[in-house]
Design a protein around this ligand. Sequence first.
Ligand code: AMP
Length: 182
Amino acid sequence: MPRLIFLGAPGAGKGTQAEAVSDLFEIPHISTGDILRSAVADHTLLGIQAKTYMDRGDLVPDQLVVDLIRERLAQPDAQSGWILDGFPRNVPQAEFLDNLLNKIHQPYDYVVNFDVPDEVLVSRMLGRGRADDTEEVIRNRLKVYREKTAPLIDFYQACEKLAHIDGSQSMEDVTAAIKKLV
Ligand code: AMP
């Protein structure tokens, strides 16, 4: 079963596609955003530490997400395939992930980058009505994406496992493109 890393701006459709691909291959969809949001809702220590960053659209400190990913990838259901959605979000997280995957002998198969124009990103985010999807926070999340996350495209360009997918196509067409790739 495949091990996939989904890259792309907020609103690019990573979560929706990760759900579809997770059903298709029966592999877990690991979303750091979802895990953090449920930690916030449950008022856990992690949630309390993460909340202010998330409310602003900033990245939470690396240490919080790095520990979370290490624990999640050690779970029994993640031993033969997974989709990472929302992690890594910056170069230090990507370096951590490379080391971790080496150590646990779980190389990834593909990094899938979702290309979507800015106008589409903003209208998709405004349409989903999440608490952190106000216009000001959206603007900050896109800025953080450009500064911290977009450099990962160059980071992964060096390996031959980076695939670009046109994320502005219909949901079904994007899923079909991922299926074809894998
Ligand atoms: P997402 O659902 O992926 O858009 O994530 C929602 C929010 O959770 C982001 O705006 C960040 O505040 C936080 N977050 C999710 N994943 C990460 C990550 N890998 N590193 C740092 N912060 C993250």
